[in-house]
Design a protein around this ligand. Sequence first.
Ligand code: FAD
Length: 480
Amino acid sequence: MTSTALLESLRQIVGTTHVLTDGDLTAYEQDWRKRVHGKSLAVVRPGNTAEVAGVIKACAAAGVQVVPQGGNTGLSVGSTPDQTGQQIVLSLTRLNAVRHIDKDNLTFTIEAGCILQNLQELADQQGLLFPLSLAAEGSCTIGGNLGTNAGGTQVVRYGNTRELCLGLEVVTPQGEIWDGLKGLRKDNTGYDLRDLFIGSEGTLGIITAATMKLFPQPAAQLTAFAAVPSMEAAVRLLGLAHQHLGAGLTGFEVMGQFALSLVVKHMPQLRVPFTEKGADMGDEAPYCVLLENSDSESEQHARLRFEHLLELAFEDGCVVNAVVAENLTQAHDLWHIRESIPLAQAEEGLNIKHDISVAASRIPAFVEHADAVLKREIPGVRLVNFGHLGDGNLHYNVQVPEGEDGKAFLRDKEALVNHLVYEAVDAFGGSFSAEHGVGALKTDKLEKYQSPVALQMMRAIKQALDPQGIMNPGVILSRA
Ligand code: FAD
């Protein structure tokens, strides 16, 4: 089938207005960080599962490759077409229906293109909680969250997207529809196909709908901001928080002082605690921690438990200063500081991002080691270290040294920086991709750091489900 014939049949399946070939398609053809620019044959926007199946059947018959795309906020270049102009970008954003809310089963069944923030609001309107939360929630879709097994800020209590999912509907690379939307909490009937598709980054099939868990809303939620004397102290505080808040611990984020100083510098309207005398508390508190305590009883109960925890932490010496938000506005402001770090980094200039995880117990030693290696090998390096410490997940980023040309630094040093960081992660038994996925960006890292046996199984799965290789080629597994 020629490209012209394929486009004509796609127009018949989804309607002429939903096959985009002209005009400015940049929003679909470049990645979120605007570092990779592709060119598609067309952007196709189906409106329901049957149309997705029709599109995939047509593409399979024509041997044309498909790049599934949700909000295109992914950070691993997994939803960007290549440069050939021969791939179809399959945008799922029109699949945005809420199919069913089952309050007794504490689930809702929603289509892949639903925006995460809309789902949180929907749950809220039902007096329930959908806890998946990340800074891109206003644009990312649940299909993309499932495709990447996204993490975010509540993982310490509720788990990654995988733990929130009870069932999927998937269009296979052959255009068949698998309905796995039973919404069961127990179902041991053979291989777990749901978990295979979650985190597969669009390489095994298209997720068109999902049944996701909902939770009772907490009666109260309190946020604290604590200055800690070391990363080791931050991990000790995490242990105390687990012990004394139990399931009430719903957020535990760490922020290095340099990361906070960038927020102070570039977002002067935000009031960062403990920085009245300047952004940096220096040796006294090289890190701050943001803790969230959700309580099923009352605000008073939450406050008492939180204050007790902080008293113990002061006694222990793992906290040197702390504030507890008095109200929701203050809590929101504290979270806003944490969520502003990536933007502050961008304002400061070019940087190299890493999304790594190491067992929480090993993080202090990892950070000490990695900091020392980077400072030794790259004079003037500026480390922007922050992240979801409760899950052992750090965004261990490297800012271009002050006064250096960013582009030249990236050209000359990015590979070295990545090598140093990932070698350190590997030495500490960690992962080079904690929550952002492999995408097309880190396929070489997968080859290097994943075990040969695991790689062999991954290739066998890909070959079995997508023998034509039309689903998001070059993502997770390199083309070779
Ligand atoms: P896209 O970017 O469109 O796609 C991501 C991947 O999923 C691609 O491989 C794509 O092919 C595949 N895909 C998309 N839809 C489907 C589908 N329906 N079926 C099959 N495959 C599909 N991530 C975190 O985990 N935690 C964070 O805290 C976090 N914070 C972020 C903050 C910012 C400011 C930004 C920009 C991003 C952040 N991310 C974070 C990364 C990103 O938001 C997540 O990866 C998100 O889950 C991507 O959703 P999306 O709809 O934008 O997917």
